[in-house]
Design a protein around this ligand. Structure first.
Ligand code: TA6
Length: 282
């Protein structure tokens, strides 16, 4: 509704009983309920008034991952996106959102004309978030992009991430690069911030009987992050103990830039699927 500083959002409900919520601010998906469980994490202290990026859900990172010429993680996650339409299509519910360059972005250190068309599709057990990024300028441009997905987990200490074994990662906490991940199931016991490059297959996030699989296309890297207690204490929009309820597993192309020539479009995104085991209901 936008009145009184609250942000507009769209709620999707699938025929199969799932739901999703998308704030037009940053086109940030802030809820995905499937098989009776909330699958995404949003901090209880997240700002929902547009004063800063929403702490949780699926912030859309474009055209810059991390620090650089632009504010951290680029401007897309703090712009007001346009909702083009939202409708049921059989078993799916689909929302189309769009972001174009504006006077502010053209005055930024990344001044190009672009269009990002974002399609969020919900079914009973899946959520897909797909970006179509178009170079609407007269010159080539380059960017990095990532879907900064915060998964809600019952307990970080029992959470495992599969599908990273054999890939090389940059460890931003220990300052190392080119380390090969040997573990079939990656676990966390402290602050971790890693960029796994060229991850080949399906990545899974499991905890107890709950499991979500992540299929990616044209997003070759996966970032793994949990602030843990020490970094959580430094974030005003993150509760001190909330790190136990979340893990960020973020598909992106961040190790190298994507370049588009005028008129070129790249499609990239993720398909999240719930694959709980029988005892997930416990
Ligand atoms: O994706 C991991 C990361 O780049 C971390 O380094 C940490 O900064 C996190 O993103 C959150 O960034 P934000 O700007 O949303 O606080």
């Amino acid at each position: 509704n936008g009145a009184g500083g609250t942000l507009e959002r769209v709620v999707l409900r699938s025929p199969g009983g799932a739901s999703a919520e998308i704030y037009l601010y940053g086109a940030t998906v802030t809820s995905w309920k499937s098989r009776g469980k909330e699958r995404l994490f949003v901090s209880a202290r997240a700002k929902l008034d547009g004063s800063k990026p929403i702490r949780g859900g699926i912030p859309l990172v474009f055209p810059q991952f991390g620090p650089g010429d632009l504010p951290q993680h680029g401007f897309a996650r703090t712009r007001r996106w346009t909702l083009l339409d939202a409708a049921e299509h059989g078993e799916s519910v689909v929302a189309h959102l769009e972001l174009r360059d504006d006077a502010d972005t053209r005055a930024s250190k990344w001044p190009y004309s672009f269009v990002v068309r974002y399609t969020v599709t919900l079914t009973a057990t899946t959520l897909s978030t797909i970006m179509k990024i178009e170079n609407a300028d007269v010159c080539e441009f380059s960017f990095t992009t990532l879907l900064h997905t915060y998964f809600r987990v019952p307990a970080i200490a029992e959470t495992t991430v599969g599908g990273l074994d054999g890939t090389l990662y940059t460890d931003k906490i220990r300052g190392t690069a080119g380390t090969r991940e040997e573990r079939a199931q990656v676990t966390m016991a402290g602050n971790e911030d890693r960029v796994y490059a060229d991850v080949p297959g399906i990545v899974t996030v499991g905890c107890g009987g709950q499991r979500v699989s992540i299929r990616r296309f044209n997003l070759k890297d996966v970032v793994l992050w949990n602030p843990w207690a020490e970094k959580a204490a430094e974030m005003s929009d993150f509760g001190d103990s909330e790190y136990t309820d979340m893990i960020c597993v973020e598909p992106g192309t961040v190790a190298d830039k994507i370049s588009l020539r005028p008129g070129q479009i790249i499609s990239c995104g993720q398909l999240l699927a719930v694959e709980d085991t029988a005892d997930a209901g416990l």
